[in-house]
Design a protein around this ligand. Sequence first.
Ligand SMILES: [Zn+2]
Length: 260
Amino acid sequence: MVELGPLFFILAFFLGASSGSFACAAASRTEAGEKWWGLERSRCDCCGTALAPRDLVPVLSFLALRGRCRFCGARIPRSCLAAELACGALCAMFLWRFGASYSFIFSSASLPFLAFHTITDADTGYIYDSWAFAMAGAALLLRLAGGLPAVLDGAAGAAAGFAFIYAIIFLSRGRMGAGDAVLMLGIGAFTGLKLAAAALYIGFMAGGITALFLLAAKKVTRKSAVPLGPFLCAGCAAAMLFGGKLTEYFGFTVPWPWAV
Ligand SMILES: [Zn+2]
């Protein structure tokens, strides 16, 4: 593996942060029922002023503006900064883990989708089907580089993830949202069959532990649900990064993203 200097990690960070920034803008437009594509300029949510390129640099603009709109002083949502930082950090970690390789490109391509679903599910408790299908489609297309076995593994991961959540919905008589099942189509297509199990395991553990803490701190009641989507997305990222190590612990190796 070629030794990569710090500059490459900084570039990877800003590549990831840009995808988080895009996902955040797309999520807030989608939640507002607006179209997110096209050439329309980004605007301040509060005063509607079109933003200049210097206001749109991930992370740095937020810091330079101290989290406020240059024109009206309205607070810029912190969730966007969080999405940018998380995607930037994950992208840099993918580079550290996989080097400059197709594994890095493939893993990083999941980031805007993971950020989008995390934001919409946390904001509104809603997973947008179209974005979950697009995520699955993107993963299967990228898997074409690994040939038919890689594509089939993605399809199997998607089907198994969907079926697993759907079975829980059926058994719990609909306490869990169907959105989580659709989200697993996208996650499973990226992770493949074995790491879909790792993503589900990590997601459910993290979500369960968080829910217990929130219950103990009386931030939520038993009735008010903690959205699972953000935890499944975190589980997906963790499975891609460390799933191979996790399964090695159980005595088998999972080549990522597929066996060459
Ligand atoms: Zn403004």
